[in-house]
Design a protein around this ligand. Structure first.
Ligand code: TTP
Ligand code: MG
Length: 355
């Protein structure tokens, strides 16, 4: 039940940039972005000084430099961020085993079982993270995951915000639909053309209408736009996919060049698939991602339990042709894993055959 739970969503502030600034105190007060070192690199994140110039994640480096010529653009040092992420996770696990990491710098905690206020727990966690890493975090506290995640943005940076059960209705009513879990810019645009801007607008539709328009997702949406979300905090979330990608210094202008590059990615992917955490997982699908010089993108996937080099080459060729043989700036390869429940079913198959 929603009102019985106390969920904290913790999110580090400008994570990669904050780590870099801690390492180089002389950068204080200057606009800093972290991203690919080459002129084609993309901003992964930036500090608030840089955000003031309109710079944001996923912005191409050249554009960022246009907006802010004195921007300090630092290369990504992933190992460094990974080490901080591990320290932060250890702090969270010290509080409760009910921690669900979402990415390197984000996690949910379920503190329902604590008699203490979730507000105080969040505050202590943030203080401890600061003491041990020198980094600031923000937190959202709410009766469920969706609201906690929205709330952690409310007092960023270095702040926290709580949505108490009695305030859920008022909190959700005026929120843009874009804030709802699973609604991306495209769906938000579709809703906007239908005159639906806020969660309150969406609440005017009955459950039957929502299901009629959006199927199973409509039913979920019906609850989410009311601020109801009963997804549990799941420690050790099971990985659904594994992928890699690379942005090339020079565009790849022929299929032959893409083929070579894809072989390299696939061999790395196969290495990663031997890693301890995924080596026992069953693969369900293979996929290829392609981003073109004009920034359009395409993905192609196929069902495959043991995708080989050839599987990816076939997908690559389909994507290349479907994309219109345009110069390619980024390639990616990946696999989707079978659900663990499906895996069990498959594992039981031989028994069924024997009967
Ligand atoms: P975010 O939490 O989305 O961003 P942030 O921590 O930098 O800033 P905020 O204060 O708004 O939370 O992402 C966490 C880290 O993940 C970010 O520091 C860099 C990395 N990242 C990428 O590599 N690519 C991306 O597109 C995004 C959004 C983040
Ligand atoms: Mg963050």
């Amino acid at each position: 039940m929603d009102h019985l739970r106390k969920i904290i969503h913790l999110d580090m502030d400008c994570f990669f940039a904050a780590v870099e600034m801690r390492e180089r105190p002389e950068l204080a007060g200057q606009p800093v972005a972290v991203g690919g070192g080459s002129p084609r690199g993309v901003v992964t994140t930036c500090n608030y000084e840089a955000r003031a110039f309109g710079i944001h994640s996923a912005m191409p480096g050249f554009k960022a430099r246009e907006r802010c010529p004195h921007l300090i653009f630092l290369p990504v040092r992933f190992d460094l961020y990974l080490a901080d992420s591990a320290r932060i996770r250890a702090i969270l696990h010290d509080v409760t085993p009910l921690v669900e990491p979402l990415s390197l710098d984000e996690a949910y905690l379920d503190v329902s079982a604590f008699a203490r206020y979730a507000w105080d727990i969040a505050k202590e966690i943030r203080q401890r993270i600061f003491q041990e890493t020198g980094l600031t975090a923000s937190a959202g506290i709410a009766p469920n995951k969706m609201l906690a995640k929205i709330a952690s943005d409310w007092r960023k940076p270095n702040g926290q915000f709580a949505v108490i059960p009695g305030q859920v209705e008022a909190f959700i009513r005026d929120l843009p639909v874009r804030k709802i879990w699973g609604i991306g810019p495209k769906s938000a645009e579709k809703f906007a053309t239908a005159g639906i801007q806020t969660c309150g607008d969406l609440q005017r539709f009955s459950l039957a209408e929502m299901v009629l328009c959006h199927g199973k997702w409509g039913e979920e949406l019906y609850h989410l736009c009311r601020g109801h979300d009963d997804r549990p905090v799941e420690p050790n979330r099971i990985r659904k996919s594994l992928s890699n990608e690379r942005t090339y210094r020079e565009n790849l202008t022929s299929l032959a060049a893409c083929r070579l590059a894809m072989d390299e990615l696939v061999s790395e992917l196969h290495d990663d698939l031997r890693g301890s955490k995924v080596s026992d997982r069953r693969i369900r699908k293979a996929l290829v991602k392609m981003k073109f010089a004009d920034f359009t993108r395409i993905t192609r996937e196929c069902i495959s339990a043991e995708p080989t080099r050839e599987t990816f080459q076939t997908l690559l060729e389909t994507a290349w042709t479907a994309g219109g043989n345009k110069p390619v700036r980024l390639l990616g390869s990946g696999v989707r894993f079978a659900e663990v429940a499906d895996e069990r079913r498959v594992a039981e198959q031989p028994f069924l055959d024997l009967e």
